[in-house]
Design a protein around this ligand. Structure first.
Ligand code: ZN
Length: 111
């Protein structure tokens, strides 16, 4: 059965039947890995999909900002420019909110 092991040096999480011989991130030896208990492992698995969704939303925001800037540059008429400016500002809030939520997940071990 697969288990989760966390590097006590850099917090890298490894999934497998045993800890890796060396940490893929920081190179720490096997004895620096600690197996996560059932409760902590559950947090990691439960947050896996939601973390991916937050990251995808952040990427979509970047695309919307890019499109909005293009629309502002075209400068068709003031209401059109205003609509793009609002979209750019509003999606920035969405991005920052998802980033804050991800930070919260990490602090609670949901990573
Ligand atoms: Zn490490």
């Amino acid at each position: 059965m697969k288990k989760l092991f966390k590097c006590s040096v850099c917090n890298y999480i490894h999934e497998g039947t045993d800890a890796p011989d060396a940490c893929p991130k920081c190179g720490a030896p096997k004895d620096k890995f600690v197996e996560l208990g059932a409760e902590d492992a559950q947090k990691v698995y439960a947050a896996e999909r939601t973390n991916d969704i937050h990251m995808e939303i952040i990427q979509l925001v970047d695309k919307i900002v890019e499109l909005s800037k293009e629309g502002i540059g075209i400068n068709l008429d003031p209401p059109c420019v205003s609509t793009f400016e609002k979209a750019k500002d509003e999606v920035y809030v969405i991005k920052q909110r998802s980033k804050a939520e991800l930070e919260g997940h990490m602090k609670k071990g949901k990573w």
